[in-house]
Design a protein around this ligand. Structure first.
Ligand code: CTP
Length: 211
């Protein structure tokens, strides 16, 4: 099978030396890419700025902003969006939902700043791409299962991997995760605390059932 995995944060530049972003390290996405490659799948990993080594056998495309990430995913998808040979998309990236309305070409001087930054919405990558086999993530700070079920419906996903990032051992910058698989049929399976690689292997096994 073909897998397209998004990973890491995006950066939305205000000027060449300032940006809006988040603390995603990319570990979960890199683990999914590794797990899929280990199972013999063809993997394209579209990553925001992270400090991780590309897993063996994985094709990596580096991007900075959400719009670049969307373009790279669409490029990797090509014409094969549905039917036999269509890839599975696993979206682990922590995509910035908003970007500055303008990006200054030169460093802004504080005397030129007003204290107000106007933002515009970024595209929702997972919702935008036309693909039958999509798996998303929902990093929440409470009520993760209900939010995951909503995202599953709204983005037309086969499954959402839900986690509460305020829980110990889950979320940003740690090597473990405690997640629940919320599927399009409404079922929810809670998994125990396990390594991100172990979670990734479970996700890949589920993706294989979508073939
Ligand atoms: N996602 C995406 N593009 C975006 C925002 C999110 O592809 N612009 C993907 C993420 O990679 C993840 C899923 O959508 O797989 C859910 O992301 P999340 O940030 O939790 O959800 P949002 O849709 O931004 O919802 P909300 O702000 O309402 O929590």
């Amino acid at each position: 099978m073909r897998f397209i995995v998004t990973a890491g944060p995006t950066r939305e530049h205000i000027d060449p030396v300032r940006f809006l972003s988040n603390p995603s390290t990319g570990r979960m996405g890199f683990a999914v890419a590794r797990a899929a490659a280990e199972r013999g799948h063809e993997v394209t990993l579209v990553s925001g700025p992270v400090a991780l080594k590309t897993p063996k056998g994985v094709t990596r495309v580096d991007v900075t902003s959400a719009r670049e990430m969307l373009a790279a995913v669409e490029d990797a998808l090509g014409d094969a969006q549905d039917g036999a040979g269509a890839p599975v998309i696993v979206a682990t990236a922590a995509v910035a939902d908003w970007r500055p309305a303008q990006t200054a070409a030169k460093k802004l001087k504080k005397r030129d700043m007003t204290g107000v930054l106007r933002l515009v919405r970024n595209p929702d990558i997972l919702k935008t791409v036309k693909c039958a086999r999509k798996i998303g993530f929902a990093a929440e700070t409470g009520d993760a299962l209900a939010e995951a079920a909503r995202k599953c419906r709204e983005k037309g996903l086969a499954m959402v991997v839900a986690n509460d990032v305020t829980e110990k051992g889950a979320g940003f910058g740690v090597s473990t995760n405690r997640v629940a698989f919320v599927k399009s049929d409404g079922s929810a399976e809670r998994l125990p605390l396990m390594s991100k690689l172990a979670v990734a292997r479970r996700i890949v096994r589920f993706a294989e059932t979508l073939a």
